[in-house]
Design a binder for this molecule. Structure first.
Ligand SMILES: [Zn+2]
Length: 669
C-alpha cells in the first residue's frame, strides 16, 4: 500500500521567485492560483543564495525585500496545506553574495590561476556580486548547507526539499587540488574536460550524503529531490535522495540548427526510471524558449508538445515558471500549464499501477549511434526500452523480443555473457558495426569469421538487398535494387550466417561522381561482401549489420534508411501488440495497467519549433487480436472507440486534435 504523497503521480509548479517581487506574493491567492492551474505541489524558495526567512546562519543572505513582521514562508506553507497542496522547499548553495565572500574567501571556487569565480560581474542594475562556491568548502557542507537545512527543517513543516544547482562548480582551489591528487595520484588538470570521469560524481556523492544526514537527523521521513546525472548509475552505491528530477531543456534561443531531439523528455524520463525504479521521476520543463528569454513563453504548440511527453512517459510533471502567476508576463504559459495538467490528472489513476510495455530494447550510452536507432524506433512507433549496461538485468533483456546494440558500443564482459544467454534462450539480437576482437562469444553468435577488417571510408557506394533479404523485408523495397551507402564498413566472411545484403563498391571518388555521366556505370554491380547477415544461435537469432545504419540515419535521414531499420527490427518481433500507421512526428508509449493497455500518442507533426498542433488521424492495428475481443476508449473525453475488423485483426482509428491522446484498451474474455 502506497502511503507517502510522493509515491503517487504529482503535478508540480515551481515559481522561480524574483526577490524584487516579494511584496507581490499573497500566500492565500498564490495557493488558490496553484490549485486552479491543476497542480498539487508548489516548489518555493527557502534558502541558499537568498534566505526567504529570518535565518540565523552566518553568511546566509536574507532577502532584503521580505515583509517586516511576518513570516512569509510559514504563511505560504499554511495556505498550501489548507488547499491540499504539497510544499517543496528549494535550496541553492551553489553561490554566495559578496559580503559572505569578504568574510569567508575560502568558500568560493577558484579558477586555474587562483582567482575567485564570479557570476554576472557585468550585470547592470545595482546587484551585489555573486560568487560560485567550492563543493569542498564549508559553505557547501557543514557551515552552510547542513546548518541551513537543519534550521529550515526544524522550523517549517514542508513536505519535501529540492536542491537547485547541486552539481560541483569546476574549482582549482588548494582544497580541491589536494583532494583530487589524493584520489587519483595525479595533479589536477588545467582543463576541466581532462578531469577523471568520476571526479564530479565523487564530489556529488559526498556532498549529497552530508546534506542528507543533516535533513534526516531532524526528519527521517522528509523526501529529498535531487537532479539525476547520467554517471550516477556507475558511481552511486547508496541512495542519496528519495526522488530524482531531470530537466528536458527545449532551448529555442540556441537556434533552429541546435534544437533538442524530438523525444528528449521521453528519453530522460526513461533513464530516470531505470536509475530509480521505486519512485516516479519529476520531469522539469521550463516555460521559456531559453533563460535569456525567460520573460517570454515557448510557442504554445511547442510547449504543450514538450510538456505532454513527461506524463506520457510515466514521469510527474514539474513546471518551471519565471515568477508567480501574477508576475508572469506571457499569460499564455498558464493556459498551457492548465491544459496539460488537466490531462495528466485524468490519466493518473491508470498510470498509478502502470508498468511500461516493451518490444525492443536499445543498449543506450547516449552516443549519436544510439540516437540513430532511437529515431528509427520512435518514427516506427515500436514500443522500446533503453537498456544501460551498468544496470541491465536478465529480466529486462527477457522482456524484449529484440535487443539492438549500436555500432561503437563498448561491450563489458558482463553484457556479453548476458546477451549470450539471452540469444541462446530464444532472444533476437541486432548488432551494428565491428564486433570486439576479443570476444569469441559474439563472433560465435553472429556466425561470422573471426578475421574482420575495417574498410576505408566509402563514398559513392551502395547496399544491395539479396533475395533472402527480400524475404525479410517483404514489400518496402520490391521496386528497389540498391540503397545509398556511405562510411566505413567491416569486411567479414559469413561462415554460417545467411547473407541478406551485400556491398556494391564505390563507382568513383566523390569528385568524379557527377562528371562525366558517360562514366557512371558500376564497375562491380555485385559482390559477395556481406553487409547484413542473419544467424541462428541456440533458439535465438542474430542480425549483424557490417556498416553503420545509425550514422546514415543521423547524417542523411533518408526514408529508405529509416524504413530499412524499421523492417529489420520488426522482422525480429514475433508477437507485436500494436502497429500504428507510420507517421514520423507521432511518438508512442505503451503501458500495462491491470488488465488493460494504455497507449499514449504525442503529436509533434509539423516543423519544429511547432507553431500549430496539426490535427491528425492515426490507425492502430492489433495483430492477432480479434475485433470483438477488444473494448477501447479515449481517456480524456471518456468516449468509446469503435473497433473494426481488418484482415481478421482489431483496428482502431484515433483522431489526435492536439498534443496528446491516451487510449485505454481492454481485452474481453
Ligand atoms: Zn575548491
Amino acid at each position: 500500500m502506497k502511503t507517502e504523497w510522493y509515491q503517487h503521480p504529482t503535478r508540480v509548479i515551481q515559481t522561480n521567485l524574483q526577490v524584487r517581487d516579494t511584496a507581490r506574493i499573497e500566500p492565500q491567492r498564490l495557493a488558490g492560483q496553484i490549485k486552479s492551474l491543476g497542480a498539487n505541489a508548489l516548489v518555493f524558495n527557502l534558502g541558499g543564495i537568498y534566505a526567504w526567512y529570518d535565518s540565523q546562519v552566518e553568511g546566509h543572505h536574507v532577502n532584503e525585500f521580505l515583509p517586516a513582521g511576518r513570516d512569509l514562508v510559514a504563511e505560504v506553507i499554511a495556505a498550501c496545506h489548507a488547499q491540499n497542496i504539497r510544499f517543496i522547499a528549494r535550496f541553492d548553495f551553489s553561490k554566495i553574495h559578496d559580503e559572505a565572500y569578504l568574510q569567508h574567501p575560502d568558500w568560493v571556487a577558484r579558477d586555474q590561476t587562483g582567482s575567485p569565480r564570479l557570476i554576472g560581474a557585468e550585470r547592470p542594475g545595482g546587484w551585489s556580486l555573486l560568487y560560485h562556491t567550492c563543493m569542498q568548502s564549508p559553505w557547501r557542507n557543514e557551515a552552510g548547507g547542513a546548518q541551513v537545512l537543519r534550521e529550515a527543517v526544524s522550523r517549517y513543516d514542508f513536505d519535501g526539499l529540492f536542491y537547485n544547482a547541486p552539481f560541483p562548480t569546476d574549482c582549482w582551489c588548494d582544497r580541491c587540488r589536494s583532494r583530487y591528487e589524493q584520489l587519483y595520484q595525479n595533479p589536477m588538470p588545467d582543463d576541466a574536460n581532462d578531469f577523471d570521469p568520476s571526479w564530479r560524481s565523487e564530489q556529488m556523492r559526498d556532498n549529497a550524503l552530508l546534506l542528507r544526514k543533516a535533513v534526516k537527523d531532524e526528519k527521517p521521513d522528509l523526501p529529498i529531490i535531487l537532479y539525476y546525472w547520467d554517471e550516477q548509475i556507475r558511481y552511486l552505491d547508496q541512495p542519496v535522495a528519495e526522488l530524482i528530477c531531470d530537466e528536458s531543456q527545449n532551448i529555442l534561443s540556441r537556434g533552429r540548427s541546435r534544437l533538442s531531439a524530438d523525444w528528449t523528455p521521453m528519453v530522460r524520463m526513461q533513464l530516470c526510471q531505470a536509475a530509480q525504479p521505486d519512485y516516479r521521476p519529476f520531469g522539469i520543463i521550463h516555460s521559456s524558449p531559453g533563460m535569456d528569454w525567460r520573460h517570454t513563453g515557448l510557442p504554445p504548440a511547442e510547449y504543450q508538445y514538450w510538456l505532454s511527453q513527461v506524463p506520457a512517459a510515466g514521469g510527474s510533471l514539474w513546471h518551471s515558471l519565471t515568477g508567480i502567476p501574477d508576475t508572469i508576463l506571457d499569460q499564455r504559459i498558464l493556459h498551457s500549464v492548465r491544459i496539460v495538467n488537466a490531462k495528466a490528472k485524468q490519466v493518473e489513476s491508470l498510470m498509478e499501477t502502470a508498468s511500461p510495455y516493451t518490444e525492443a530494447g536499445l543498449l543506450w550510452d547516449g552516443r549519436p549511434q544510439d540516437h540513430g536507432w532511437l529515431q528509427a524506433l520512435s518514427d516506427a512507433h515500436i514500443p522500446y526500452t533503453l537498456l544501460q549496461q551498468e544496470i541491465v538485468s536478465h529480466r529486462q533483456l527477457e522482456a524484449c523480443q529484440v535487443v539492438i546494440v549500436p555500432s561503437g558500443f563498448t561491450w563489458s564482459p558482463h553484457l556479453i555473457e548476458a546477451i549470450d544467454g539471452y540469444v541462446r534462450q530464444g532472444g533476437h539480437l541486432i548488432t551494428e558495426g565491428r564486433l570486439p576482437d576479443t570476444s569469441d562469444t559474439l563472433r560465435e553468435l553472429s556466425g561470422l569469421h573471426a578475421s574482420q577488417v575495417q574498410s576505408e571510408p566509402l563514398t559513392a557506394a551502395y547496399l544491395r538487398l539479396e533475395p533472402t533479404g527480400h524475404a525479410l523485408i517483404p514489400s518496402a523495397f520490391n521496386e528497389v535494387e540498391l540503397l545509398p551507402l556511405r562510411g566505413s564498413v567491416t569486411y567479414a566472411r559469413a561462415d554460417r550466417a545467411d547473407c541478406l545484403a551485400t556491398l556494391v563498391p564505390s563507382f568513383a571518388p566523390l569528385e568524379a561522381v557527377g562528371a562525366p555521366p558517360e562514366r557512371a556505370s558500376l564497375p562491380a554491380s555485385r559482390t559477395k561482401i556481406p553487409l547484413i547477415t542473419r544467424n541462428q544461435a541456440g533458439s535465438g537469432q542474430v542480425i549483424s549489420l557490417l556498416f553503420s545504419l545509425s550514422d546514415l540515419i543521423n547524417e542523411f535521414g533518408l526514408h529508405d534508411h529509416l524504413v530499412l531499420a524499421e523492417q529489420l527490427i520488426r522482422s525480429q518481433i514475433n508477437r507485436p501488440l500494436v502497429h500504428v500507421s507510420r507517421q514520423p512526428g507521432i511518438q508512442m508509449t505503451v503501458f500495462r495497467c491491470r488488465d488493460a493497455y494504455l497507449l499514449h500518442l504525442i503529436n509533434g507533426i509539423g516543423k519544429r519549433p511547432l507553431s500549430y498542433l496539426n490535427p491528425v488521424r492515426v490507425t492502430i492495428d492489433l495483430p492477432g487480436l480479434a475485433a470483438d475481443r477488444i473494448k477501447a476508449r479515449l481517456v480524456f473525453t471518456d468516449q468509446p472507440l469503435a473497433v473494426s475488423d481488418r484482415d481478421g485483426s482489431a483496428s482502431l482509428t484515433v483522431e489526435l486534435p492536439d498534443a496528446w491522446q491516451a487510449i485505454e484498451m481492454n481485452q474481453i474474455d
